[in-house]
Write a protein of this length. Structure first.
Length: 323
């Protein structure tokens, strides 16, 4: 389940610190068996960023079990730095993934007593304080579980107060949350701390937006901008995606591909948006449409593969040059 090493190394300055779940996606095959794939939204985001050459650190611990060792090995192969390289006793989280006829995933999670939840707000903060080049702190998805509010919300507030750019991907997973109202409230609270936000059409509906289509993107984004967000990415499945960056917007249709599945597509899209903004900070206002093109091309490549397998910078360059 590992791939060839990326050119990033542990000596690369850390510009992005990622906190959240790392797990095994058990993807159901047509014959009823399950294929284990490395995954988790924030784990996938680490890989997507590192594959594009961004110095990236994963903040959460990983298990000493076999799955945890494989998760760690893949991050290291991709050039991600492990903030906590010593494995912990807790087991690796699992996600059982069933695909519908269109390749869209539906998840069931096993999250009690797992390794990536063995963190604290103070511990995350201490790690970030030791990273002098740190620009982005990122979280979302299962980290926004209301039961983990005491970990991630104080950490996000402290990072924003320290002058770092806070990034939140809503990426709601309602099937695993026992109290949907509390979960929704926690996600809204996390988004209120964020400078940069991503949400899908499904996320937006769960967050209380009555209509979530691309034609409403500007109105939806204004809600987050009024809370202090400067960049908003909204994805709409087959309808494509929309970006607002410092007042400049762009939108694009989804590329046509031969779909394997869409597991990790949003994470790959998001990682490539963030990578472009990190690697080309002086050109952000001039290249919003280009950022969107790169991110959507990366997500399309991922969708032609089983599980989350973000493209390398070379693969993305080849795909966008030949397009």
């Amino acid at each position: 389940m590992t791939s060839a090493p990326n050119t990033s190394t542990a000596t690369t300055p850390i510009h992005a610190a990622i906190a959240g779940e790392a797990l095994i996606d058990l993807i159901r095959r047509p014959d009823g068996s399950y294929l284990p794939c490395l995954g988790g939204a924030l784990y996938n985001l680490c890989r997507a960023l590192a594959q594009q050459g961004v110095g990236t650190q994963y903040l959460n611990p990983l298990s000493r079990d076999r799955f945890g060792r494989e998760l760690a090995a893949q991050l290291v192969a991709d050039g991600v730095v492990l903030a906590q390289p010593e494995p912990v006793q807790q087991v690796t989280s699992l996600a059982v993934v069933n695909l519908d006829a269109q390749g869209h995933p539906y998840y069931a999670f096993y999250r009690e007593g797992v390794a990536d939840r063995a963190v604290s707000a103070a511990g995350l903060g201490d790690i970030c304080a030791a990273l002098p080049a740190l620009q982005l702190v990122c979280t979302g998805a299962l980290a926004l579980d209301a039961r983990d509010t005491a970990i991630y919300l104080p950490w996000l507030a402290a990072q924003r107060a320290a002058g770092r750019c806070v990034v939140v991907d809503a990426n709601l997973r309602p099937s695993v949350m026992p109290d949907l109202a509390a979960y929704r409230s926690t996600v809204h609270a996390a988004l209120a701390h964020a400078h940069i936000i991503k949400a899908s059409d499904e996320d937006l509906e769960l967050l209380g937006f009555p209509v979530a289509t691309r034609t409403q993107a500007g109105e939806i984004a204004r809600f987050f901008q009024d809370q202090g967000a400067t960049r908003v990415a909204l994805t709409f499945g087959a309808q494509g995606a929309w970006l607002a960056v410092d007042g400049i917007t762009a939108e694009a249709d989804a590329p046509r591909i031969t779909l394997a599945d869409s597991v990790g597509a949003g994470d790959t899209f998001w990682g490539n948006c963030l990578a472009d903004w990190t690697l080309e900070p002086d050109h952000v206002p001039q290249r919003v449409a280009r950022t969107l093109q790169l991110a959507m091309a990366a997500a399309a490549i991922n969708c032609t593969r089983t599980g989350c397998q973000p493209p390398t910078s070379a693969e993305l360059l080849a795909a966008t040059t030949s397009a």
